[in-house]
Design a binder for this molecule. Structure first.
Ligand SMILES: Cc1ncc(COP(=O)(O)O)c(C=O)c1O
Length: 426
């Protein structure tokens, strides 16, 4: 006989509680479809689209651009994060509505393409590129895009890389604009104020081939910190203090005219709303919040609307859910969880995305994921026929947007445009 100790009682009690928690019967999440998605579906059908498609709602995109621009204090510039909005048509649209010529670029193909399509735009690298990529950029840039190269700010995270870029500039008889990556708390590399930074600043000041273009300090970790004990606020103040110290160091190295003209870049979608004056940054960069994938469903970004969706046709709509080889358990599973009552197989699948319409759809972990015909299950009120569309919200934009070919632009009940996307590249 087991001995009934206090410890056994506690363990036994929590086991019972655990089982009780597991036993709470799931509620039926299916129901009528949302009118918004039915309108999107009608527009896609009218446009003769019958394959998985990335859709952007232009009216919502415009509202998001206006929300962002409306937040910017006097003198604050806006830099479009190209990797999160990976389509020339999309970037053109945002550039014109937000009246900005600043882009943040993340890889060589993107840098080259934007240099050719928007040679007048300023491009700041959002991550440091190996110097060989920079060399290839100069060697492959068409002659008529040469002026674009003068508008590029190369991001530098270490003195070793600065030396490599300095040698490249000398070898090619160029003057390179150097933007210094600051570590303001994210700890993804870059300089902190101090001796190493001073070496970099001195080298730029002494070089005929390098020009000081400014700083970039990115701090997306801050909104993820708890507010308890003021952690979040402390991290934000700490980031700004670090940035200010770097600015002070630069001001002691360069003249006032240089300091007045430099780029002081900060922020990203999760943090741009923290910037209410230009004391530290004179421009913020953001991209994702304009299309708002689910990873950007944060309190700070509440004024932004979801503006991007994956739409895909249903291939098969079945009135029951049947598990291969486990058919004996189907009835019990469905009576326990009504959300497994019905099944659709969709065209494609396995995206970084959550189904949002029809309501109550979910993936089936027993059946598994599929990129070809993915199974989704729904409740008794699931009402969707073959060839109708299921809608998903992507988790993020940068990779997901590149998986569907041209983006379908939706506005006021119609698909009004198709925007090609960048070639896939990290
Ligand atoms: C340097 C830098 N700035 C800004 C951003 C913000 O991009 P988004 O607004 O799409 O989150 C990123 C995203 O990775 C980044 O790496």
């Amino acid at each position: 006989m087991p001995k009934l100790s206090r410890r056994n009682l506690i363990l036994g009690g929590s086991a019972v509680l655990g089982v009780a928690a597991l036993m709470s019967k799931p509620s039926d999440k299916s129901g009528p479809r949302d009118a918004y998605y039915l309108e999107l579906q009608a527009a896609l059908t009218k446009a003769n689209i019958a394959q998985p498609t990335l859709v952007i709602d232009r009216a919502r995109l415009n509202a998001n651009i206006d929300t962002l621009v409306g937040h910017l204090p006097d003198g604050m510039g806006y830099r479009i994060v190209a990797k999160s909005l990976p389509s020339i048509g999309l970037i053109e649209h945002i550039r014109s509505r937000a009246a900005t010529d600043r882009l943040m670029t993340f890889n060589l193909p993107m840098l080259s393409e934007l240099s050719q399509t928007m040679p007048e735009a300023s491009q700041l690298l959002g991550k440091p590129l190996p110097v060989r990529a920079a060399k290839t950029y100069f060697e492959t840039l068409p002659v008529d895009a040469k002026r674009a190269a003068e508008q590029v700010q190369w991001l530098i995270d270490s003195n070793d890389r600065l030396q490599q870029y300095s040698e490249l500039a000398e070898a090619q008889a160029l003057t390179l604009q150097i933007n210094i990556e600051l570590d303001v708390g994210l700890h993804r590399g870059g300089f902190e104020p101090g001796a190493e930074l001073q070496i970099a600043l001195n080298q730029i000041a002494a070089s005929e081939h390098l020009a000081f273009a400014g700083f970039m300090g990115y701090e997306p970790h801050i909104p993820a910190l708890p507010t308890t004990l003021g952690w979040r606020d402390k991290a934000l103040q700490g980031a700004w203090k670090t940035y200010q110290e770097a600015l002070d160091q630069a001001a002691a190295t360069f003249d006032a005219q240089t300091m007045a003209s430099i780029t002081r870049n900060a922020a990203g979608s999760p943090t741009y709303r923290y910037y209410e004056d230009t004391a530290i940054a004179n421009e913020i960069s953001a991209g994702s919040c304009l299309v708002k994938p689910t990873h950007f469903d944060s309190e700070l970004l509440e004024p932004h609307l979801p503006a991007s969706f994956i739409a895909t046709p249903v291939i098969k709509s079945l009135p029951t859910t049947r598990m291969p080889g486990l058919e004996f358990a189907d009835a019990a599973k469905q009576s326990w969880d009504p959300n497994y009552s019905k099944t659709v197989f969709i065209y494609g699948g396995h995206w970084l995305a959550d189904p949002v319409d029809p309501p109550g759809l979910s993936y089936n972990s027993t059946f598994g994921r599929s990129s070809n015909q993915e199974m989704l299950n729904g409740g008794p009120d699931l009402d969707i026929a073959a060839d109708e569309f299921v809608f998903f919200r992507p988790h993020q934009s940068e990779a997901v947007f590149l998986q569907f070919g041209d983006i379908a632009v939706y506005d006021d009940g119609e698909i009004v445009d198709m925007w090609p996307v960048f070639e896939a590249s990290a």
